[in-house]
Design a binder for this molecule. Structure first.
Ligand SMILES: CC(C)(COP(=O)(O)OP(=O)(O)OC[C@H]1O[C@@H](n2cnc3c(N)ncnc32)[C@H](O)[C@@H]1OP(=O)(O)O)[C@@H](O)C(=O)NCCC(=O)NCCS
Length: 140
């Protein structure tokens, strides 16, 4: 039977387990908590009622940053990350956002190119990963 996919806004703490498993399994659990988590808007993708992917959005005026896009390791490459990205891009348009940006892991850059994000010249190294700032202007 086809997998039932549902995306919903979720409470901040529900993101932490998936962030930890997908992004920083070797770091302490608390390291995935963000200082700003309770100011953000968080979304969860449920596959057959099981929380499988998460992403978090933070806004300053009409500039939106998404952080910690994460899909459970055994469920990656099945289109769930794409569905979450499409969902937050729609959400940002509804909010009349001008720009959406992220600190992308360099090894995930190709994934963001699929959504027409542009690589900027801002790069940095943190927690064992190379990052590049990527952004997309939202046009209406
Ligand atoms: C990156 C991530 C969120 C993508 O989610 P996903 O559900 O695996 O991705 P999807 O199945 O929707 O899309 C995968 C597509 O992106 C491409 N891709 C490029 N780089 C990729 C990468 N590092 N990981 C996954 N897919 C990648 C795939 O080739 C595929 O392309 P296709 O649809 O043309 O075949 C997920 O793999 C993940 O949680 N990774 C670990 C944490 C992470 O790196 N998060 C991003 C931090 S910036």
């Amino acid at each position: 039977m086809e997998t039932l996919i549902q995306i919903e806004q979720i409470f901040p703490s529900l993101t932490w387990r998936i962030r930890h498993e997908a992004m920083y399994p070797d770091m302490p659990f608390d390291s995935v908590k963000l200082k700003d988590d309770f100011e953000g808007t968080h979304f969860g993708l449920y596959a057959d009622h099981k929380l499988t992917g998460v992403v978090s959005l933070f806004s300053q005026g009409d500039v939106y940053q998404f952080r910690k896009l994460a899909v459970l390791p055994n469920e990656q490459k099945a289109g769930y990350g794409t569905k979450l990205m499409e969902y937050i891009l729609d959400f940002c348009k509804i909010q009349k956002a001008a720009v959406i940006w992220c600190n992308a892991r360099v090894n995930a850059k190709e994934f963001y190119f699929k959504f027409d994000f542009i690589e900027t010249e801002d790069t940095f190294f943190k927690d064992g990963y190379d990052f590049v700032v990527m952004e997309k202007e939202l046009k209406y």
